[in-house]
Design a protein around this ligand. Structure first.
Ligand code: ADP
Ligand code: MG
Length: 224
């Protein structure tokens, strides 16, 4: 059944995510260990040291919360989801960053029937793509978001006029923890990839020196 299949794919996705999670947890854990080892030898932790420990612990807590939220969403809450309403919501969420960078916004939405999907997950996926597009245009540009029906799929295009994705990294961008940003997590696109897979959808991109277009497709028909 569809649900059965979702579960199998989810397990695969979880496997990949846990490998990543273990890796991410090691950094804050190491800083806690180092500080406490120092403390054992010389019990003079300062307030700043304690802040480091606290923020490392918070970082791990945060990672685990996000991980568990995904792991627990066992039977996916599938409901009738309007893609265009998700897009409008995301525009509100990112309004500030868009204005701050003087990015022009172009929105073209076609009428799309509701699709069976997990609303929160789809929103997360599209948001991650929009955030990447915004981050690709630090000095402004145009963010174009469109939706249409294509061969029984709801197709969402997210295009930016940033500097594009260099050829040498194109096969790595969906890998967990791959990032070219100083403060990136490299988790955005791997999450998008997993969410799209779980919905039986498809994610593609085209990129050149003038920008990047990501296309996310999700089947409109319900699967029982
Ligand atoms: P992060 O945003 O934390 O770096 P992601 O998984 O979202 O992690 O993206 C991985 C990498 O893919 C980015 O660091 C960037 O190099 C590249 N990338 C993703 N989207 C775009 C885009 N729209 N334009 C240019 N590069 C992009
Ligand atoms: Mg990102």
């Amino acid at each position: 059944s569809y649900k059965q299949m979702l579960r199998t794919e989810k397990l695969t996705a979880l496997g990949r995510l846990s490998a990543g999670l273990a890796h991410e947890i090691r950094n804050p854990l190491t800083s806690i260990k180092v500080l406490f080892q120092t403390f054992r030898d010389n019990p003079s932790l300062t307030k700043e040291d304690m802040e480091v420990v606290l923020s490392a612990a918070e970082q791990m807590d945060d990672l685990l919360t996000r991980f568990l939220r995904f792991a627990r969403s066992d039977e996916f809450s599938l409901s009738d989801v309007y893609i265009n309403s998700i897009i409008k919501h995301i525009i509100k969420l990112t309004e500030f960053q868009i204005k701050e960078r003087s990015i022009d916004l172009s929105i073209k939405l076609s009428k799309i029937p509701p699709i069976k999907a997990d609303r929160a997950m789809l929103q997360q996926a599209i948001l991650n793509l929009v955030l990447n597009a915004i981050e690709a245009m630090p000095d402004g540009g145009t963010l174009s978001i469109s939706s249409k029906i294509e061969n029984g799929n709801a197709a969402i295009n997210i295009a930016d006029t940033g500097k594009g994705i260099p050829e040498g990294i194109r096969d790595k961008i969906f890998d967990p923890f791959f990032t070219t940003k100083a403060d990136g997590t490299g988790l955005g696109l791997s999450i998008v990839y997993n969410i799209v897979n779980l919905h039986n959808g498809d994610i593609n991109f085209e990129s050149n020196g003038e920008g990047t277009v990501f296309t996310l497709k999700v089947p409109i028909k319900t699967h029982e």
